[in-house]
Design a protein around this ligand. Structure first.
Ligand code: FMN
Length: 161
């Protein structure tokens, strides 16, 4: 399969999990492209980040590929911020194309776990509005982002790739 992994990572956890996922998918013979969102205008202040995320603000992202029509599966990942996806992911999703009828998987990385399902609901709802078929979701604690067996198990519960 031709797979894209699109993610944002502020402090590196989601980046690490996305790297492990890429490794697993490549070992299974898939072609994988990993796309990391970079937010130019994101605040470095925790409370500002919380408020902006909570109120569903957007953060401008640097231009990367926005047409996903060429992929068989697109995996979207975000850290949970105030039980929401990060503003950069929200901005990016508003502008992407080619998701109609496309298979999608979502995952989040989290700290306490507060609001992680709400965050996944929110992410899936935006993807569904874009016409994507969400196959499944999983969440990874920030302490387990390098745990290959856990990530592999989470993926297997959704589909055998
Ligand atoms: C601004 C901010 C808000 C957060 N809000 C939550 C939250 O609501 N629930 C939770 O479980 N973790 C929360 N966290 C923890 C992150 O989701 C967690 O550390 C995640 O793995 C960070 O991913 P990253 O290193 O890829 O940026 C928050 C972290 C930050 C910086």
């Amino acid at each position: 399969m031709n797979i894209a992994i699109v993610y944002y990572s502020y402090s590196g956890n989601t980046h690490k999990a996305a790297g492990v996922l890429e490794e697993i998918l490549k070992e299974r013979g898939n072609s994988v492209r990993r796309l990391r969102l970079e937010a130019s205008g994101e605040s470095r202040n925790f409370f500002v980040q919380v408020v902006r995320s909570l109120f569903r603000r957007k953060a401008e992202t640097a231009p990367i590929e926005r047409d996903f029509s060429g992929y068989d599966l697109v995996i979207f990942a975000t850290p949970v911020w105030a039980r929401e996806m990060v503003p950069a992911m929200r901005e990016f999703l508003g502008k992407i194309e080619g998701l109609s009828g496309k298979k999608a998987i979502t995952f989040v990385t989290y700290g306490s776990g507060f609001g992680k399902e709400h965050c996944l609901d929110s992410l899936e709802s935006v993807l569904q509005q874009k016409g994507a078929a969400c196959l499944g979701r999983f969440s990874i604690s920030q302490d387990k982002v390098g745990d290959k067996a856990l990530i592999e198990d989470s993926l297997n519960k959704i589909m055998r790739l």
